[in-house]
Design a protein around this ligand. Structure first.
Ligand SMILES: Nc1ncnc2c1ncn2[C@@H]1O[C@H](COP(=O)(O)OP(=O)(O)O)[C@@H](O)[C@H]1O
Ligand SMILES: [Mg+2]
Length: 366
């Protein structure tokens, strides 16, 4: 398969499948390659196969089919401790009977490193996670966030080139999670570490990653940088999973180049950008972001497509207004507009006109 090898790839999954019971594939034909230094996140609902992929890369599970390579070398037959991979898991508990320093010393002793070298590395790793004063403590004497910092230090102490993290911040409160998200990405980038990060939290994925692989049902549904994923979802699953989206259902009437005419189930015909629909007669879900819809006619751009709507609910949120509308027979159509002096506050019950650009409206699979 030499012709399919990507020479810049540091981590590669090629046509990887996994079945635990010999019948159902929980990972289906996974192809993924990461260059050195990339921070890639596997994002997806529970049960979509993220942890399984990480476990195969770590060596705790074997692929049923396909090849996994690290730096061009197939690792299918290399045991976990010889892969040189650092790991942090949500419940990857520190050894409770050991001090922080002893916990960090462990991966170095396994690698037969001498005492003075070990001490030097431990101090460095603890400083990296701002835990230099805690070397003598035991895990029980640390908060949850401090324990996760130590787990991170333990994964980094032997200076691995690849670090795997599986929901490492899942058990922490929001504020601490945000602090550590920032610290982890900064450390990874400063040290030039390649990272595969797993989460089911889309905000975490979007804020931390160079690229995000969206998983569903054992497959990557889309692999793209955060902005592209948000702005150009390639299918309905991704459009619904990432951020908020309005969905209108209908049938494709006609596709001409970059424009699809869609007849909504409520009767209106609208223009949309055909993404993964290909022909007339196909059912489609048309998707449009709440912040791409305008109701201030002064602000509507040339070429905007307009529809009638009834205001159902208007929520003043400070920086933005969030309005729920009845549009095309649906009463869950949400728009978000920036709070500005010329932006009217809408009154429930009133009839308005909303508009958007056809290119902001994506015709996706039903
Ligand atoms: N050790 C295992 N034995 C049998 N089935 C498993 C095992 N681990 C995971 N699974 C199943 O594989 C699927 C994918 O699980 P997992 O990789 O843990 O997904 P995720 O991390 O995205 O939540 C699930 O249906 C899960 O029940
Ligand atoms: Mg998991």
């Amino acid at each position: 398969m030499a012709d399919t090898m990507n020479n810049d790839a540091f981590v590669e999954f090629e046509r990887v499948q996994k079945s635990y019971d010999g019948e159902n594939l929980v990972v289906k034909d996974l192809n993924l390659s990461l260059p050195k230094g990339e921070f890639l996140t596997m994002l997806g609902p529970s049960g979509s196969g993220k942890t399984t992929c990480l476990m195969m890369l770590a060596g705790f599970e074997t692929a049923t089919y396909g090849d996994i390579r690290l730096d061009g070398v197939s690792i299918n037959n290399i045991p976990p401790h010889k892969r040189g991979i650092g790991m942090v898991f949500q419940n990857y508990a520190l050894f409770p009977h050991m001090t922080v320093a002893e916990n960090l010393s462990f991966p170095l002793e396994v690698r037969k490193m001498g005492k003075s070298k070990r001490e030097e590395k431990i101090i460095r790793a603890l400083d990296m996670v701002q835990m230099g004063d805690f070397a003598g403590r035991r895990p029980a004497q640390l908060s949850g966030g401090q324990q996760q910092r130590i787990a991170l230090a333990r994964a980094l102490v032997f200076e691995p080139e690849l670090v795997l993290m599986d929901e490492p911040l899942g058990a922490l409160d929001k504020q601490l999670r945000e602090t550590l998200q920032f610290e982890i990405t900064k450390l990874a980038h400063d040290l030039g570490i390649t990272t595969v990060y797993v989460t089911h939290d889309q905000t975490e994925a979007l804020t931390m990653s160079d690229r995000v692989a969206v998983f569903d049902d054992g497959r990557i549904q889309q692999l793209a940088p955060p902005d592209k994923l948000y702005e150009e979802p390639e299918n309905s699953f991704v459009a619904q999973f990432i951020g908020e989206n309005n969905t209108l259902e209908g049938v494709v009437k006609e596709i001409k180049g970059d424009v699809a005419l869609v007849q909504l189930d409520s009767g209106e015909v609208i223009q949309a950008k055909p993404i993964n629909v290909t022909q007339a007669g196909e059912r489609t879900r048309v998707s449009i972001r709440p912040e791409r819809v305008e109701y201030n006619e002064e602000r509507m751009q040339d070429g905007a497509f307009t529809l009638k709507a009834e205001v159902l609910e208007f929520i003043y949120m400070g920086d933005i207004f969030r309005t729920r509308l009845r549009v095309a027979g649906r009463d869950d159509f949400v728009i978000k507009t920036r709070n500005a002096p010329d932006q009217a506050r809408l009154i429930p019950g009133s009839q308005i006109k909303i508009g958007w650009l056809p290119e902001d409206c994506r015709a996706l699979d039903a």
